[in-house]
Design a protein around this ligand. Sequence first.
Ligand SMILES: [Zn+2]
Ligand SMILES: [Zn+2]
Length: 154
Amino acid sequence: MQILVKCPACDAGLPVVAAERPTAIVCGRCGRDIPLAVSDALQADRAVDRCPVCAGGDFYVRKDFDPKLGLTVVIVGALVSAVFYWFGQDLIAYGVLGGAALIDLAVYGRLKDLTVCYRCHSEFRGAYPRAAAAFDLHTADVLEQEYERKIGRR
Ligand SMILES: [Zn+2]
Ligand SMILES: [Zn+2]
């Protein structure tokens, strides 16, 4: 399992391999020591049961979508379509645009889910079965505030 630890101090994303079970990492951006408590299930890529950063047990799943990739497909599609349009090939131009939108949808549909910690926003990628529910705004509000008080950001 790959864990993207979010630094509690500066929100930098720090990749960690759970199988190596590190007990602490140092943030590459702000230099803060971040103690990690990687559980057995995390190390074995069985489940996300406890967050190694904030010790929280509340997670949600979302699509592992890179907005930059989706945007690139749309922009390339628009450029290619503009070339056809310029040469008076309207139908092909619209076809290319529609194709780009379809590719975007297809990519989105085939994306894997990743699990995210409600409190510290660390992300978990791996082959483990996704057990968490979808994002809930109310839960996020409550848990994020609790976490920020705990680490002294509020
Ligand atoms: Zn940091
Ligand atoms: Zn966490």
